[in-house]
Each structure stands twice: as structure tokens, then as C-alpha cells.
Design a protein around this ligand. Structure first.
Ligand code: SF4
Ligand code: SF4
Length: 387
């Protein structure tokens, strides 16, 4: 059985979080476990979630206190630690500075890599994607530890350990993957292949304050009081989604794909939860972004047919829009799926849903939170909408 440590932690206090992370490692096997995870002289890469240029403590990004606590623990095992990410929009370094992570890193001699150097590699033993261009620093690190934030996500329903590593695809190349993989099933297979390629070794998920509702950027805070740690990304994500209200982890597209391809443990009977019990920490009022039955992902043909009828679509909250055009700029189907139109002297996006692939990059990266997911009548009748 795969072991996952589920730790209760109520505050963003570095000393407290450090203590909790040490407790999590102790549950997983202590010193022996850590020495195996981080062999002597290893180059360690930390991959936080830096979604965008966000202020310190923003619920859209990995909290700087979690980041600092992780460094304090890992410093005992490696003197060569780098952290990096490549947000979907904007400058990586600015995002790292603004979030407070650069300041923390500089205290501990941890370097930053903005993932601008990429490397072309092949993954022969893939589920779907063999040819890759990924961040060199992530690919060449000996040990990769992902530090995701627990959030809802328009396309993926939930973002955590597996999805966080999409940041290892440099900058705007992410949009190319959305265009190549408009089908949610294939996009999830791609995420699994990417994690195989990078060789993500461990996950520490920041769920102290999670994001509910219109995630992964514009949702609301939910105090979930948890840290989840483990070597298996699927197991960590499986525990996380059960905490926020998905009783069946297979309702999450990427976990369904992982199960189908035997990529990692997903089901409750494959995972041993150490520390707290899921039943004691799970909540029943977390606002999910999407809710789905498995039938939606039965086959790509069904998927394509149903997408227009039941899948959610991006919708404008007009009084929040400032006409900045970022939604159009980040759209992988630009210029076809979004047009900027003038509405009483203000520019506003208008969608062509026949061209939109429902990747929700526009919703994810709108700086004003002016885009939300909406469902048509059939989608609501079939129970696909958020609670
Ligand atoms: S919807 Fe958001 S990203 Fe698009 S123009 Fe309005 S404010 Fe900018
Ligand atoms: S309009 Fe939005 S959801 Fe549709 S393809 Fe473009 S970015 Fe993706």
C-alpha cells in the first residue's frame, strides 16, 4: 500500500509548518526515508505553484511560509537546492519576487530558475506523448519535489500534485499543449507523461488555506487546515480530492486516467493514510468548481459530442472586466475563440464557442477574476454544475 501523510496544520507560521512537515516525514519513515529520497550530493528542485504575479500570501500560489518550512527541513539533506516555475503568463522572476518566495530563498542560499532554458527530450515509454520540450532545470535535477496549492480548476476540476508540474513546460509552450490536447482525457494523459519524464519524486501539498469556487486564480479561501505529503502524486491527489468532497477520486479526470493506465495508486484501498484520518478532516461545504460522473470521460467520441452540450463554458462577469485583453492573449485558440468587442467604450471579450476548446486558460489568467464557468440547461440537469 502506498503511504501518504495527512497532517493537520491550522496556520501559516513557519515554525509550526516546519514541525508539521518533520512530523509527516517521520510518519513516512523518518531519517531512513529522507536519506533514500535525497541521496548525498543530490541536486534538489522545488516546484511551487506560481500561477501568476500574485502578492505574498495569495491563495492562488504556494504560501511563502510553507516554502520556507520545506527549505528548512531539506537543507539538512542537500546544499544544492533550486526552485523554479514558469507561469502561464508574465515573467517568472517577477512572479517569484512578488509572491515572497525569492526573499525566502535568498535567506537560505536557494537559487531561482525561471525555466527559460528548455531541453528537447523523448519519452519512449509514454502513455501518449513522446516528444517533449521541458524546463532543463527540472529535467536535470536529481530530486524533484512539487509544492502545489490545493485549488479548484476549471478544466481539471482540481489542481494539486500532478497538475502543478505543468509549470515545467516553459512559458507560452503550455498553450501549444492545450491546442494539441483539446480533449480532457488526452490532456490528462499528457500530464501523467510529463510527470514520468520529469520524475517528480515527492509532493507536499499546501492545503492550509485552499481555494474553492472559481479557481485556480479567482476563487475564495477555504480554511482546510491540511498538509498532505507523499511519494505518489496520484495518492496525494486522491487524498486531497476526498477531503474537499469528491467521494470517488475517479471523478477527477487525471486520476481516472492514472487508474486506467495503472500509472499510480488512486483508490482508497491502495493508499494507507498516516497521521490524521480523512473522515476527521474532510469537509462537506467546499465549493467545487466542477462535478462530474465518469460517463463524461467514457470515450473521446462521446466527449467531443457532449462537450458542446454539457461542458461548462467561460462567461464574463461584466462589471469586473477592465478590457485588458489578456484573455485573448493567453487563449491557445487565439484569434478564433475570443474577439474583443466594444461595449459602451469598453473592450470586452466575446466568445465563439464553436472554436473554444474549453481549456479555461482565459478564466485561469484573467487578472480581475472577471471570467467564470457557466453551464447550459442540459449540463445543470445532468448534475455537472458546481454545488
Ligand atoms: S475578461 Fe479579464 S482578461 Fe479579459 S479583458 Fe476582461 S479583465 Fe481582461
Ligand atoms: S476561449 Fe478560453 S476556454 Fe476557450 S479556448 Fe480560449 S482560453 Fe480556452
Amino acid at each position: 500500500m502506498e503511504k501518504v501523510a495527512l497532517i493537520k496544520c491550522g496556520y501559516y507560521n513557519v515554525n509550526l509548518i516546519e514541525e508539521k512537515i518533520r512530523e509527516g516525514f517521520k510518519l513516512l519513515g523518518g531519517e531512513k526515508f529522507l536519506r533514500k529520497l535525497i541521496p548525498y550530493n543530490s541536486k534538489v528542485l522545488l516546484k511551487p505553484n506560481l500561477l501568476n504575479i500574485e502578492k505574498p500570501g495569495s491563495i492562488a500560489v504556494t504560501h511563502y511560509a510553507v516554502f520556507e518550512a520545506v527549505i528548512r527541513v531539506l537543507k539538512d539533506y542537500s546544499s544544492d537546492i533550486t526552485f523554479g516555475d514558469s507561469p502561464g503568463f508574465g515573467d517568472s522572476r517577477k512572479a517569484a519576487e512578488r509572491s515572497g518566495l525569492i526573499d525566502v530563498a535568498s535567506k537560505y542560499d536557494v537559487k531561482f530558475d525561471g525555466f527559460s532554458d528548455s531541453i528537447h527530450v523523448r519519452l519512449e515509454d509514454s502513455i501518449l506523448c513522446k516528444s517533449w520540450n521541458v524546463a532543463k532545470a527540472a529535467y536535470e535535477a536529481d530530486v524533484v519535489i512539487t509544492l502545489p496549492k490545493l485549488k479548484t480548476h476549471g478544466m481539471a476540476f482540481y489542481t494539486g500534485a500532478i497538475k502543478n508540474q505543468f509549470g515545467c513546460v516553459p512559458g507560452t509552450q503550455k498553450a501549444t499543449w492545450h491546442t494539441r490536447m483539446p480533449d480532457a482525457n488526452n490532456f490528462c494523459k499528457m500530464l501523467l507523461d510529463l510527470n514520468t519524464l520529469i520524475g517528480t519524486d515527492f509532493a507536499i501539498l499546501d492545503g492550509i488555506v485552499a481555494m474553492q469556487g472559481n479557481g485556480p486564480k479567482s476563487g475564495e479561501p477555504y480554511k482546510l487546515n491540511t498538509l498532505i505529503m507523499g511519494e505518489s502524486l496520484t495518492a496525494v491527489d486522491s487524498v486531497a480530492v476526498r477531503l474537499i468532497g469528491y467521494d470517488n477520486p475517479l471523478d477527477i479526470p487525471v486520476l481516472k486516467e492514472a487508474k486506467d493506465y495503472n500509472w499510480g495508486p488512486v483508490l482508497p484501498n491502495e493508499i494507507e493514510v498516516l497521521g490524521e484520518k480523512i473522515e476527521d478532516l474532510k469537509v462537506d461545504d467546499f465549493k467545487l468548481c466542477r462535478k462530474a460522473g465518469n460517463f463524461y470521460f467514457v470515450s473521446p467520441v462521446v466527449n467531443n459530442f457532449l462537450r458542446g452540450m454539457i461542458a461548462p463554458y467561460p462567461s464574463l462577469i461584466e462589471n469586473k472586466c477592465i478590457g485588458c485583453k489578456r484573455c485573448k492573449e493567453v487563449c491557445p485558440e487565439n484569434p478564433k475563440a475570443i474577439n474583443m468587442i466594444k461595449d459602451s467604450n469598453t473592450l470586452m471579450p466575446e466568445w465563439d464557442m464553436t472554436k473554444c476548446i474549453r481549456c479555461f486558460c482565459c478564466q485561469e489568467l484573467c487578472p480581475e477574476g472577471a471570467i467564470e464557468l457557466k453551464y447550459n440547461t442540459l449540463g445543470r440537469i445532468l448534475g455537472m454544475s458546481r454545488r
